[in-house]
Design a protein. Structure first.
Length: 292
């Protein structure tokens, strides 16, 4: 858990929550804050399995997965290739399109180009191509005269993506089974604070939406999971424009390391399906393997 990414604090919360849950199931748990000496630490510990609670770069993009494969340590969640593909928003979209899944137009451009002029007609979104948890999101509203001025912390290349209006929906896949659909209700954009601050958003699970849209979310999430070659638990996020019916359902992205905090969506969905948080964590440990 932890690590050096922009999502370090959330990862620490995920790690602590999972460790506590696993201890309830009598596992011998050692919490490791992943640093440059991770290989040496894991060599000394010699664990039976690694529950990957890292989020963001290095922990979610295939890097730590490659290390664990090299060390032949069984680990949770997706493997090297699927993690790398899912973390790269543009490449994952290419795979989704090839699988017949609905995604919006997007382009990869330099940070300077995104600030020099409108890459797409407003409204559109500018975000990092390889970070999660709504880190570094800029929304350019319809009618905006000027492009966004991005913070210096934004990467050298960014994704510019057509804005998908509508409700925020999400579906977790566990063991190649789509669990349910959550309707995420916020007063504004579902940003980092809304995700991880208690009271920042309201989760309606199962979502009170038409059955055909509900079933499409389950179908699309499972197809996205399979298209990327994911393993274990993943979560796919959607926007749904009610006025357009089924055509208004857009797949945003698939997360191979969903959050496991007190306000996180996947544990809520598992609970709604009769799977307690300790049982979910125990399943992820027992599912751990190499060659993922």
């Amino acid at each position: 858990m932890g690590g050096p990414s922009a999502e370090r604090e959330v990862s620490l919360s995920t790690g602590r929550a999972c460790a506590a849950a696993l201890r309830e199931r009598d596992y011998n748990v050692i919490e490791v804050d992943a640093g440059p000496d991770l290989c040496a630490v894991l060599t000394d510990l010699g664990p039976d399995a690694v529950l990957n609670c890292l989020h963001g770069r290095w922990g979610e993009d295939g890097c730590v997965q490659g290390l664990l494969e090299w060390m032949r340590l069984p680990y949770s969640h997706s493997g090297v290739l699927s993690s790398a593909l899912a973390m790269d928003k543009q490449r994952s979209k290419d795979l989704f399109r090839a699988a017949g899944l609905p995604v919006v137009e997007s382009r990869i451009v330099s940070r300077e180009a995104a600030m020099a002029g409108h890459i797409l007609p407003p409204p559109y979104v500018v975000k990092p191509n390889n970070e999660g948890s709504s880190v570094g999101i800029y929304i350019v509203e319809e009618g905006a005269n000027t492009p966004p001025q991005l913070a210096k912390t934004m990467p050298d290349t960014v994704m510019v993506e057509a804005f998908a209006p509508g409700r925020e929906l999400t579906t977790t896949v566990m063991d190649d089974r789509a669990l349910t659909v959550t309707d995420i209700i916020t007063t504004g954009w579902y940003d980092y604070d809304a995700k991880y601050t208690p009271g920042g958003s309201t989760h309606v699970v199962p979502a009170d939406i038409p059955s055909d849209i509900f079933d499409l979310c389950l179908d699309y999430a499972l197809r996205a999971h399979r298209a990327l070659g994911c393993r274990g638990v993943s979560r796919t996020d959607f926007r749904w424009d009610e006025a357009r019916g089924a055509e208004g359902l857009i797949l945003l992205e698939t997360n191979t390391q969903p959050g496991m905090t007190a306000t996180s969506l996947s544990p809520e969905q598992a609970e709604a399906c009769g799977i307690s948080f300790p049982d979910l964590c125990a399943w992820m440990v027992e599912d751990a393997s190499c060659n993922r």
